[in-house]
Design a protein around this ligand. Structure first.
Ligand code: ZN
Length: 414
């Protein structure tokens, strides 16, 4: 019997509404990536993790089994400001958008999923009025303590109506790395549309699904990522809410992202990048089973590769530690059936995760300062998107340990 909350992502496309989704990669039942265990024996509830693709628009998606409140509730542990490379990216975004839109002092900038204020503090320091929208209470409180006015609610059309009433319409709305997290994509997009006037630009940054497939980034599939986006799918999803995709910028963040500019239909002439990127996506095979099946085969090879590598380390008597208790690491490790005795510990800079255990594998999470005491021979870097930053930290903390990444294939990094 099916236990989905809605048919979105398993039967019907949450982007364009088509049915006939195609099964691409079934990762079985997995625990929620951010639901850390408090003890070594606390069982982790599991839910299906099954990627399907819409053959009409190319949106990759997974079904809905738990309410967003459970995934992004009060204790949601991800703090953007913990990553120095992410802070630097926010600084570049602030400069770039200020210049592109000619933002001037006092212009209103909103961010949906504003996290701990990592971006809006920089926008505020550049002279803008700012408003954050962040559903996770503890994270929202951190933003408020930094002086960022933050609404602590989930974003959708109902909240957009209230915010438009109280704050007016902004020049810029950042909705970066959030659209994938939204189960009801049409309500979310309707909310963005409601906040726009003809001068408003919404930017949506998200990993490119085409790149994710080409680079075998299957570990970005986890329960909080409901959608896997491309320019083609974004254009299809926004069509019915009065928004239009009018520019695409390519970014290097998260292993290869796009920044989609959404504006009110007819408000802005489309930049040539839209047609160019869509053509590239189609040429890469976004809408063809060949790319999907090849991606699934390579993903299964990565999973087997990690399992073999761990077994070999274990047989050789080597001590393996992990770095970065990121959600993507949990997908990889649970798919490879990693157990607590495979890794001595995983270290992570986020205090909210320290002292807990990874969901499923129950590997203990500790502060980076504890890495040296574990005397690892090998350190597996789980968030490969910030691997250079982490390998430098590992070299400082425990010189002599070898650093490895598992995606897109098992290899030692400098
Ligand atoms: Zn679709």
């Amino acid at each position: 019997m099916s236990d989905e909350l809605t048919p979105r992502g398993s039967l019907t496309c949450r982007g364009c509404g088509s049915d006939g989704l195609v099964s691409v990669l079934d990762l079985g039942r997995q625990p929620l990536s951010n639901e850390m265990a408090l003890t070594t024996t606390e069982p982790s509830p599991t839910f299906p993790l099954h990627l399907r693709v819409c053959p009409a628009c190319g949106l990759g998606q997974i079904g809905e089994y738990v309410l967003p409140e459970r995934i992004f509730g009060a204790e949601y542990p991800y703090l953007s400001s913990v990553s120095t490379s992410w802070l630097a990216h926010a600084g570049e975004y602030t400069r770039h958008m200020t210049e592109e839109l000619g933002l001037t002092e006092g212009d209103l900038v909103m961010e949906v999923a504003s996290n701990d204020g990592y971006l809006l503090t920089q926008m505020r320091d550049a002279g803008m009025r700012v408003l954050g929208i962040e559903p996770a209470l503890q994270v929202a409180e951190i933003a408020r303590s930094r002086g960022v006015d933050t609404v602590n609610e989930f974003f959708g059309l109902a909240l957009a109506e209230k915010v438009a009433e109280s704050h007016g319409r902004p020049r810029l709305i950042a909705a970066n790395n959030v659209m994938a997290h939204v189960p009801d994509l049409q309500d979310f997009l309707a909310g963005l549309s409601h906040l726009c006037d003809d001068d408003t630009v919404v930017t949506v940054e998200n990993p490119s699904f085409v790149t994710q497939m080409q680079e075998t980034q299957f570990d970005t599939i986890y329960h909080e990522h409901f959608s896997y986006l491309s320019a083609h799918a974004v254009a299809a999803a926004t069509r019915d809410v009065g928004l239009e995709l009018t520019r695409v910028e390519k970014l290097t963040t998260h292993g290869g992202s796009n920044r989609y500019w959404l504006t009110r239909t007819g408000a802005r002439e489309a930049h040539p990048s839209v047609a160019e990127v869509v053509a590239e996506e189609l040429a890469a095979g976004l809408l063809t089973p060949e790319l999907w099946e090849d991606f699934a085969d390579r993903s299964r090879a990565v999973i087997r590769g990690l399992r073999t590598w761990l077994d070999e380390r274990h047989a050789a008597g080597r001590t393996v530690a992990g770095y970065g208790a990121a959600a993507k690491g949990n997908t990889l490790m649970n798919a490879a059936d990693v157990r607590a005795d495979d890794l001595v510990l995983v270290v992570d800079g986020s205090e909210a995760k320290q002292g807990k255990f990874l969901p499923g594998s129950h590997v203990p999470v500790a502060a980076p300062s504890e890495l040296a005491a574990a005397e690892p021979d090998d350190v597996l870097v789980l968030p490969w998107n910030i691997a250079p930053e982490i390998s430098r930290l590992v070299a400082e903390l425990t010189p002599g340990a070898a650093c490895w990444i598992a995606v897109p294939e098992m290899r030692e990094i400098g």
